[in-house]
Design a protein around this ligand. Structure first.
Ligand code: ADP
Ligand code: MG
Length: 372
């Protein structure tokens, strides 16, 4: 591959303050991009339909022909091929290209390296070949790539956050209408710290799709008597409670969690806007309880980190973030306590699980962009 490039793109991972597993239920979320990103270097392959892609992180490369795009048996290649396939449904103007990707986003840790990968590629090819696709189309086609080529029936949050975020803000996103509002993150002297369990239990993608089906099952049953209900977004707790004896207990719990979580997002946004950070933290802890007990997507390592944090009054809130079964917790912590907290919790985590914890502070950052 040639070492001089036509275009460089940076595509970030994301955090989500609150609103977990609500996006694919047409609910509300509060994410933003972070200062960890994938860098893409693109070059046009003039007069050719051949594309060459290299991941520095995986020390792996592959090539494909634009006239024969099909799924691969290597999962990471499917993120690339899926985006190219979806672009081909929208335009005939793609040509051959070379692309090198290099990332400092922890992979498979709930910070959405996958959306960063999809969106950065879609954004880059849009620029490189002047496709004139809107940011919203880039978000939506990237989500379709993950559905159709990777097989994870993800919601829209990760791609939306990766592309649309604004420095020092979070996005209150309505995943049904895609209406959104930027909210300043003024939480000084508190900061956002991620603790990576460095475990990723294999269940993740299968269980994710299962949760989606369980929520849909609840909706279908309620819908029979209440035709206005198109998703859990239209179900109140009172209405759900009337179906407690009809619904399978697991389905009931999944629905209950989602309905409560949508309410929590609204309360958390109020707290953030009014600088009531203790209240914000309380809701973040409540989310973890719901994810652990009702939605059942946590794991012992995540629970340990959240429980441990409760002994520190300087930690306002902590919860697992992302799909679950491993990955990171998000913590809102006083800046003066960060160092001590990380030291203590890393020791305790290692003593319990014999696994090294990784800890890093994150800054709310801008979405996918051209690197000058
Ligand atoms: P998350 O999105 O939370 O990081 P996922 O399991 O959804 O976790 O996505 C991780 C997958 O995305 C990886 O297994 C890999 O297939 C792909 N991926 C992410 N970053 C890279 C990279 N730098 N190089 C190649 N593939 C990557
Ligand atoms: Mg992902």
């Amino acid at each position: 591959m040639n070492s001089t490039y036509d275009l460089c793109i940076e595509s970030p991972g994301r955090i989500n303050i609150i609103g977990e597993h609500t996006d694919y239920n047409n609910g509300f979320v509060l994410p933003t991009a972070i200062d960890k990103k994938i860098k893409f270097s693109f070059k046009k392959n003039e007069n050719s339909t051949i594309c060459n892609v290299r991941s520095v992180n995986f020390n792996a490369s592959f090539s494909f022909d634009l006239t024969k795009v099909e799924p691969s048996k290597h999962q990471w290649e499917n993120y690339i091929l899926g985006v190219v396939f979806e672009l081909q449904q929208l335009t005939n103007n793609l040509k051959g290209f070379d692309c090198v990707i290099e990332s400092d986003i922890p992979i498979g840790s709930g910070v959405s390296s996958s959306a960063a990968l999809e969106c950065g590629l879609a954004f880059g090819l849009n620029e490189l070949f002047k496709l004139k696709l809107s940011k919203q189309l880039i978000v939506e086609l990237s989500q379709r790539a993950e559905h159709n080529y990777v097989g994870t029936k993800c919601g829209i949050m990760d791609q939306f956050a990766s592309v649309m975020s604004k420095k020092d803000h979070v996005i209150l996103l309505d995943c049904k209408s895609l209406e959104f509002e930027y909210i300043p993150v003024s939480i000084k002297p508190y900061k956002i710290v991620l603790l990576n369990t460095n475990v990723s239990h294999n269940l993740a993608s299968g269980e994710y799709n299962k949760r989606r089906v369980q929520c849909e099952t609840g909706v279908k049953i309620i819908q029979k008597e209440h035709p206005h209900v198109a998703s859990l977004r239209e179900v109140t707790l009172d209405l759900l409670n009337k179906f407690e004896s009809t619904l399978d207990p697991t389905v009931f719990n999944r629905c209950k969690y989602v309905i409560e979580e949508n309410e929590r997002v609204k309360k958390a946004v109020n707290a953030l806007k009014n600088k009531q950070l203790t209240t914000l933290g309380k809701h973040i802890y409540e989310t973890h309880e719901g994810l652990k007990n009702l939605y059942e997507v946590s794991c012992p390592e995540l629970d340990f980190l959240v429980e441990f944090s409760k002994d520190y009054k300087e930690v306002l809130g902590a919860r697992m973030m992302g799909g679950g079964f491993g990955g990171c917790t998000i913590n809102i912590i006083h800046e003066h306590k960060i160092e001590q907290f990380i030291e203590d919790i890393s020791k305790a985590y290692f003593n319990n699980f014999n696994i090294k914890l990784t800890a890093f502070e994150v800054m709310p950052s801008k979405g996918t962009s051209i690197k000058n």
